[in-house]
Design a protein around this ligand. Structure first.
Ligand code: PRP
Ligand code: URA
Length: 209
């Protein structure tokens, strides 16, 4: 069964508060999204398997640990997911990156897919779908479906702010998916925005309101 991991590190919580504040401008918002994504990636990679290898230090031969197992593929959901990408790549610079383009129709709230370019070896990687907002869950569910169709097994979902409605939908439609979020908010308003949320993540990242 899928699970939700609320990442409550004090630095993450502090920066999420700054992101929520409507006085935070585009430049600071963009920097904060990257910082939170990097901190979340640190938590998310906490249990990566290790193996021993032999190396020579300038002083002696020794065994030391390196990361083992599957390497990562990051899949930001365009547009807003792109804002998190560089923050995560700071920690895992060798990760492959795929892109899924989706926007939410303003009236129906249904996701509309307009782009997809993914690494060919998703079946052999740990796949993390990245999108700051999990509102109705329509976009994340569609993105998870796309990566699974391309071979991803039990991908993870990383978001900044989630609504309970979105969390329930992902757990129902993708029971194999672990969700990592910095906050689970009260719910959705009549326009499908997360309350209290942080507004429209894409517009705040790119200044397009
Ligand atoms: C936002 C957000 C998610 C989606 C969440 O994207 O980045 O992809 O809404 O809503 P949902 O859970 O109800 O589907 P948006 O549609 O605003 O597109 P954008 O990133 O291009 O601005
Ligand atoms: N998309 C956003 O960017 N913000 C919300 O609150 C909901 C969907």
């Amino acid at each position: 069964m899928g699970d939700i991991h609320s990442l409550d590190h004090p630095l993450i919580q502090h920066k999420i508060t700054l992101l929520r504040d409507k006085r935070t401008g585009t430049k600071e918002f963009r920097a904060l999204v990257q910082e939170v994504a990097m901190l979340m990636a640190y938590e998310l990679t906490r249990n990566l398997p290790l193996r021993e290898t032999t190396i020579e230090t300038p002083v002696a031969t020794t065994t030391a640990k390196v990361i083992a197992g599957k390497t990562l593929a990051l899949v930001p959901v365009l547009r807003a997911g792109l804002g998190m990408l560089d923050g995560i790549l700071n920690l895992v610079p060798a990760a492959k990156v795929g892109h899924v383009g989706l926007y939410r129709d303003e009236k129906t709230l249904q996701p509309v897919e307009y782009y997809c370019k993914l690494p060919s070896d998703l079946a052999h990687r740990d796949v993390i779908v990245v999108d700051p907002m999990l509102a109705t869950g329509g976009s994340a569910s569609a993105a998870l479906e796309v990566v699974k169709r391309h071979g991803a097994v039990a991908p993870k979902l990383m978001c900044l702010v989630a609504a309970p409605e979105g969390v329930e939908r992902i757990m129902r439609e993708h029971p194999d998916v672990q969700i990592y979020t910095a906050a689970v908010d009260e719910g959705l308003n009549e326009h499908g925005y997360i309350v209290p949320g942080l507004g429209d993540a894409g517009d705040r990242l790119y200044g397009t309101w």
